[in-house]
Write a protein that binds this ligand. Sequence first.
Ligand code: TTP
Ligand code: MG
Length: 410
Amino acid sequence: MIRTPAPRVIAHLDMDAFYAAVEVRDNPKLRGLALIIGHPGRRGVVSTCSYEARKFGVRSAMPSVTAKRLCPQATWVRGRMNAYVRESRRIRAILSEVSPLVEPLSIDEAFIDLTGIAEDLAGGAKIAQGLKDRICEQVRLSASVGIASNKFLAKIASDMRKPDGLVVLPHDRLGSLFHPLPIERLWGVGQRTAERLHSGGVRKIGDVLRVPESELIGLVGERGAGHLRRLARGEDDRPVRSSRQAKSISEERTYGDDLRDAEEIDREILARADGVSRQLRRKGLLARTVHLKVRRGDYTTWTRSETLARATDLTEPIVASARELMRRRIELGKHGIRLLGVGVSSLSTRGSGQSELFMDDDERMARKLARTSDAVRDRMGEKTVVRARLLKGRGQEDDDSEAGSLPSVD
Ligand code: TTP
Ligand code: MG
């Protein structure tokens, strides 16, 4: 049976006039003024400015001399980086309360993956309003949020109604809300590309889809044209990556007495793979590559890896692969095993790829079972659900003072 994965719900949050807003909050006399954050000297540049100053054309990264010419009455403040970093951390902490998948993009903006937390974009908008309210109450700053089914559209949406905006950009509104925007708003379109596109009559995002493909290729080349057409259709499948999100997950253990018995080795592989797959499920990740690390009694260390046919968060495929690596690619000779580790990499966010499209009923059932046992272990403790195969080795693990299971993340 084929089931399409639930559509993603992605939020992009960007603070309004961030540095300037922090200064106004901390010094109410600045409220309502054309305020510029930056060094007003001859070689200075504008970091940012209040919306009042923007009416005069002042912008971030503008030379201070230009800003002074455009807005001579502006009030200048040098800026307090420590304060901005502190506020940025507080905001991130609020975002992390809502989703484990928060990808900071800069000091004042982040993507938040709400897939599975909100049912649809409307649900995402409710959560986003809650976030805005909480930031307003706790940090006393205002944010703008965009909600869409991918990162690219969410970022476009957050910028549509600044300041204090909340915009949902569903695919069926692309024609009215997104296609009329200037071509420069497309990711990767700098000044030179924009000029080339203008020369071919492509000024608005919608024009990308209106001009014949061959004409577009003539303007920006085949790859460029493909890229622009995908963006103009609102397509983007990049996952939200948390900065703390592991590139790999592994568990390893060192043994006081070298492992020699084949069955014991098998059991230890299962225990480590079980730990790793559980971390995957807890973090909402799928892994594509399995690693086995073995240190022999003579300290020769091997790491071997294998790519799976498709990404998984289940113990069974990880165990099968690790066992196969042990059997075929590790030579123990007369030695025992001093350290054994199982790890996974090539991680992706669950729900962001194709894997779930091709899941069969057995696999779906296996995941359901795994989730149930995870939930029981979370509530009742680690030892309540133990695989029958692991029971034999359990006493030994508990008693072995030299042994330490080291979850490692890099
Ligand atoms: P932005 O989010 O680009 O700008 P902003 O938050 O001030 O205004 P907006 O409401 O349009 O989002 O950048 C965040 C902060 O980063 C900004 O307050 C100051 C700093 N910054 C610079 O120091 N130099 C720059 O060139 C830019 C773009 C930003
Ligand atoms: Mg901002």
